[in-house]
Design a protein around this ligand. Structure first.
Ligand code: 5GP
Length: 216
């Protein structure tokens, strides 16, 4: 049984982190999901914890990890490095967990090449004005950083057509349900169910042997 790899992207402030947090809170009691924690060289923000939000490392350490081929993919975003650890993602998938990668469009492109079966979801704000309001309300960035994030948001948004799914995050509850419905749909795929419910399926067909005349 292999889990599904989900790539989640959005411009900063569109609500991706809150949606992922809610998804895990509601649906991860059985430990069926794994959120990949990226490495980054950016500054830790108020409210973030090292090892939870990200693994915060120096630029030298990040470059050492690149040289060691420790990353599935990595990217240079807002002048800082971000990367996805290879080993942990592969381990989780092979345990049958669904893996969530919170990465930008550049990382998404690299991942699709490496893992063509990955499913990608793009989370969008309902408008640019709303995006700006959310960035201000979040209170994590200076006004200069917000300005730069707003400029980059449209560049990120312009890649929406590379994604399998789009969620316009206007009402949080509706978006949260949409995200779960995508994840849950992949759990009903025949290959996944055949592996997870092997015994149930075998029991359903117990004693039956196929004969062509049954089809008439
Ligand atoms: P932030 O600094 O706001 O947490 O994230 C900035 C951007 O970096 C977001 O678009 C986020 O998706 C992206 N990002 C975070 N981790 C990774 C990663 O491991 N790889 C790539 N390519 N992008 C990432």
């Amino acid at each position: 049984m292999k889990g599904t790899l989900f790539i989640i992207s959005s411009p900063s402030g569109a609500g991706k982190t809150s949606l992922l947090t809610e998804l895990f809170k509601k649906h991860n009691n059985d430990n069926s999901m794994y959120l990949s924690i990226s490495h980054t060289t950016r500054q830790i923000r108020p409210g973030e914890t090292n090892g939870v939000s990200y693994h915060f490392v120096s630029e030298d350490e990040f470059k050492r990890l690149i040289a060691r081929d420790a990353f599935y993919e990595w990217a240079h975003v807002f002048d800082k490095y971000y990367g996805t650890s290879k080993e942990l993602v592969q381990q989780a998938l092979s345990k049958g967990q669904d893996v969530f990668l919170d990465i930008d469009w550049q990382g998404a492109r690299q991942m699709r090449k490496l893992e063509p079966s990955a499913k990608s979801i793009f989370i969008l704000p309902p408008s640019l004005k709303e995006l700006e309001n959310r960035l201000i309300a979040r209170g994590q960035d200076s006004s200069d950083v917000i300005k730069s994030r707003m400029q980059k948001a449209q560049r990120e948004i312009s890649h929406y057509n590379e994604y399998d799914f789009i969620i316009i995050n206007d009402k949080f509850e509706t978006s949260s349900e949409a995200l779960w419905s995508i994840v849950n749909a992949y759990r009903q795929k025949r290959a996944y169910q055949a592996s997870k419910n092997e015994v149930v399926l075998a029991n359903l067909l117990e004693g039956y042997s196929y004969s062509e005349k049954d089809d008439n």
